[in-house]
Design a protein around this ligand. Structure first.
Ligand SMILES: *Cc1c(COP(=O)(O)O)cnc(C)c1O
Length: 359
C-alpha cells in the first residue's frame, strides 16, 4: 500500500501532522470555543426557506464577488463598532482560516517571513507554512502579555512580510492594548493582520478604527464564535480596497457557495438575536474563572469566550482526567495549562465539578 512517505510530497510537508482538536463524542464539549447556544427555531425556519429558494438555482455558479454578503457584513460592522466601511473594504471566505490563507498566499510565499507573538493561535504558523512562508516566533512575556516596545522591537528585527496580532489572543484570552497595534503598524514593512475572532466578547476597542489611516492593516473576523455559526464556515476581513483586490488574485473562482452565502446573510439578518448570548457567555466565562481561582488554580484574564487555566504538573494528565469525567477541554500544548470554553451553565458546572475531583 502506498503511504505518505512514498508520495512526491513537498519536502517541507514531510513528517507533519494535520491540525485539529480531537473531535471526541464527550458529553460536555468545551474545546473549540464554539457558542453553546444553537440557532433558534425562528432562525432555523428562515435558513430552511432561504436555502430552499437557492436550491432551485444551484445549476448556476454563485455570485463570485459575494456582494450581498459583503454588504451585509459591512453593515454589521458599522452597527457593532461604528466604523463605516464600503463593500470594497470587506472580503469574505470559508471561515477566517481561509481568509488568513488567502492573505498568506498574497503577501507571503517563498523567501518571505511571517511573524507571530506566541503563545497564540497556532493556525497562523500552519497557514503561513502551507503557503511556504517562513515562520518567526516572537515570545509574549511571562504573563502572556505583549508590550508595544517588545512588539516593535521584534518587528524591527525580523522585518516580516506579515505580522499576526491576535486580539483577544487565543489561547490566553487577553486583548491587546491599542498602542501595541499602532506601534507595530508604525514599523512593519509588510501587512499587519489583527485576528479579532473573539472581538464581540471584548470591551476593548477594535483595530477597525485604525483602518482609515493604515492601508496595510487587515482586521479578520469570523461568524464561528460569538455569532454561533461555526458550521456555516464564514469568516471575513476589513481592509483597504487594494487588499481586497489582492484577495481576488489568489481566491479560487466561486470560492463561497451559494448555500454558504445565503446562510450567512440569513444569520446576519438575525444578528441581534445571535449575539444576545454573548453577554450570557461572558458572565459564565467570568464565573468559571472566579470559581477556578477559588478552587486554587491560576487563570489568565480573558476578553474572549474561554479561560486559560493551570498550572498542572502535567496538563496532558489533567486533560485526560477531565475527559474521563465526560468533559472535553483543550490541551493547546502549553506546558502546565489547559483552555476551557465557556459553555452553558450546566456544562460549566460539570466542568467545575470535574476539576474539583482532579485538582
Ligand atoms: C476560531 C478562530 C478563528 C476562526 O476560524 P474560522 O475559520 O473562522 O472558523 C480564527 N482565529 C482565531 C484566533 C480563532 O481562535
Amino acid at each position: 500500500m502506498t503511504t505518505l512517505e512514498d508520495l512526491p510530497l513537498r519536502e517541507d510537508l514531510r513528517g507533519r501532522q494535520p491540525y485539529g482538536a480531537p473531535q471526541l463524542d464527550a458529553p460536555v464539549r468545551l474545546n473549540t470555543n464554539e457558542n453553546p447556544h444553537p440557532p433558534s427555531p425562528g432562525l432555523v425556519a428562515d435558513l430552511t426557506s432561504a436555502i430552499s429558494e437557492v436550491a432551485a438555482t444551484l445549476n448556476r455558479y454563485p455570485d463570485r464577488e459575494a456582494a450581498g454578503l459583503r454588504a451585509d457584513l459591512a453593515e454589521y460592522l458599522f452597527a457593532a463598532t461604528g466604523v463605516q466601511l464600503t463593500i470594497s473594504q470587506v472580503w469574505a471566505a470559508n471561515g477566517s482560516n481561509e481568509v488568513l490563507s488567502q492573505l498568506c498566499q498574497a503577501f507571503g510565499g517563498p523567501g518571505r517571513t511571517a511573524l507571530g507573538f506566541e503563545p497564540s493561535y497556532s493556525m497562523h504558523q500552519l497557514i503561513a507554512s502551507g503557503a511556504n512562508t517562513a515562520w518567526v516566533s516572537a515570545q509574549r512575556g511571562e504573563d502572556f502579555g505583549l508590550t508595544a516596545e517588545a512588539a516593535e522591537q521584534a518587528v524591527r528585527e525580523h522585518e516580516p512580510a506579515i505580522v499576526f496580532l491576535c486580539s483577544p489572543n487565543n489561547p490566553t484570552g487577553s486583548a491587546l492594548d491599542a498602542r501595541v497595534v499602532e506601534a507595530v503598524l508604525g514599523v512593519a514593512p509588510g501587512v499587519v493582520v489583527v485576528d479579532e475572532a473573539y472581538a464581540e466578547f471584548s470591551t476593548r476597542p477594535s483595530a477597525l478604527s485604525l483602518l482609515a489611516e493604515h492601508p496595510r492593516l487587515v482586521v479578520t473576523r469570523t461568524m464561528s464564535k460569538a455569532f454561533a455559526m461555526a458550521g456555516t464556515r464564514v469568516g471575513y476581513l476589513a481592509a483597504a480596497p487594494a487588499v481586497v483586490d489582492a484577495m481576488r488574485l489568489v481566491r479560487l473562482p466561486y470560492h463561497l457557495s451559494a448555500l454558504t452565502q445565503v446562510a450567512a446573510c440569513t444569520a446576519l439578518a438575525h444578528a441581534s438575536e445571535l449575539l444576545a448570548s454573548v453577554e450570557a457567555v461572558k458572565l459564565e466565562r467570568d464565573r468559571v474563572a472566579v470559581t477556578l481561582g477559588e478552587i486554587g488554580l491560576e487563570t489568565v484574564e480573558s476578553d474572549a469566550n474561554f479561560v486559560l487555566f493551570g498550572r498542572f504538573q502535567d496538563q496532558a494528565v489533567a486533560w485526560k482526567g477531565l475527559l474521563d469525567r465526560g468533559v472535553l477541554v483543550r490541551d493547546v500544548g502549553l506546558p502546565g495549562w489547559l483552555r476551557v470554553t465557556a459553555g452553558l451553565p450546566s456544562e460549566n458546572d460539570a466542568f467545575l465539578a470535574a476539576i474539583r475531583e482532579i485538582w
